[in-house]
Write a protein that binds this ligand. Structure first.
Ligand SMILES: Cc1cc2nc3c(=O)[nH]c(=O)nc-3n(C[C@H](O)[C@H](O)[C@H](O)COP(=O)(O)OP(=O)(O)OC[C@H]3O[C@@H](n4cnc5c(N)ncnc54)[C@H](O)[C@@H]3O)c2cc1C
Length: 301
């Protein structure tokens, strides 16, 4: 059987795309190796309209429940390949399943780069954060560290100057942010930039209490901080596409305003794309857009 569409990924982008596709009466499969994606692993989400505060996992379960009510089950599997064969798209999974469809929606999200030091995983959501926009306000009147030296880290530092008491910016080599951002950081009395330092360890008991850093010369120090923001970049989950669609220099799938990729019939939405705002609400909105345009595209065929 050839499906109308296959949705890859069950984060907010994929689950919203599936919701819209199902409600349009399309035949589809929703394939994912986790329910909720990054959203499912976050702590409290406080910036999703209509929901004042909800654990990411709970929001993911609510989206999943909504799909179940429409008789849509998620195929829990890892997608290993997507290829175009004539006018069909073939999706292959790790468990050896094959899905043929007329369109596909890639919503496989991204993963944040980790520093890979002791304490990082242990204190995730307990002082270690990968998203300043999401978690910044939780660190009001606290001393924090931001790890990273490019624009994302610089923006994180500047955002934290609104909440935190003191911000240590820990840069492995030298500050590589745009000059205008670097100037703002350097002139802000709340910020101390420490260049040429590696993070050794994140410490604490129940919550983060400090970060240990070491200079290239071997000088080691512990900074007493209540929060650590890791801002060293994000990698999109696109390995299974094996270069099928066009990507930008960050490996993100390039899409147009209808979420169309460079390959006809293949759409993408959410954090896997070159849309710069990586947020639940944006991913969900893009998922809706993708499914709506899939419907329009199929109607015209
Ligand atoms: C720690 C943290 C805190 C955050 N806090 C907030 C917040 O408070 N508010 C906010 O708006 N945003 C927050 N974000 C950002 C938000 O979580 C993401 O922008 C959003 O989840 C992106 O949705 P997505 O559906 O595009 O991708 P994801 O959520 O990454 O979902 C991707 C999906 O694809 C699946 N997948 C990937 N590869 C494959 C494969 N090969 N085969 C099968 N399935 C695959 C995954 O299992 C998952 O189901 C946070 C992110 C992090 C990491």
């Amino acid at each position: 059987m050839t499906l109308d569409t296959v949705v890859i990924g069950a984060g907010p982008a994929g689950m919203t795309a599936a919701l819209y596709a199902k409600r349009k009466g399309l035949t589809l499969a929703l394939i994912a190796d986790s329910v909720g994606g990054q959203m499912g692993t976050t702590g409290n989400i406080e910036n999703y309209p209509g929901v004042e505060g909800i654990l990411g996992k709970q929001l993911a379960l609510k989206m999943h429940d909504q799909l179940k009510k429409l008789d849509l089950e998620i195929t829990m599997d890892r997608v290993t390949g997507v290829e175009r064969i004539g006018d069909r798209i073939r999706t292959t999974t790790g468990n050896g399943k094959i899905f043929d469809s007329r369109t596909a929606i890639i919503a496989s999200g991204a993963h944040w780069r980790e520093i890979g030091v002791p304490g990082e995983k242990e204190f995730a959501n307990r002082g270690v954060s990968y998203c300043t926009t999401c978690d910044g306000p939780l660190f009001a009147d606290t001393d924090v560290a931001v790890v990273g030296g490019a624009n994302a880290a610089a923006e994180s530092v500047l955002e934290m100057t609104r909440f935190a008491t003191k911000i240590y910016m820990i840069v492995r080599s030298t500050l590589k942010a745009d000059q205008i951002l670097a100037d703002r950081i350097m002139s802000n009395p709340k910020v101390t930039v420490l260049q040429g330092y590696d993070v050794v360890k994140i410490t604490g008991t129940d919550f983060v209490e400090g970060i240990e850093i070491r200079s290239k010369a071997g000088e080691q120090k512990t900074l007493p901080v209540g929060g650590v923001f890791v801002e060293i970049g994000q990698d999109p989950n696109t390995a299974f596409l094996k270069g099928l669609v066009k990507t930008n220099e960050k490996g993100e799938i390039i899409i147009d305003e209808y979420c169309r990729t460079s390959v006809t019939g293949i759409y993408a939405c959410g954090d896997v794309t070159d849309v710069p705002q990586k947020q639940v609400i944006v991913a969900a909105g893009e998922g809706a857009k993708a499914a709506m345009d899939v419907y329009t595209y199929l109607s015209k065929l």
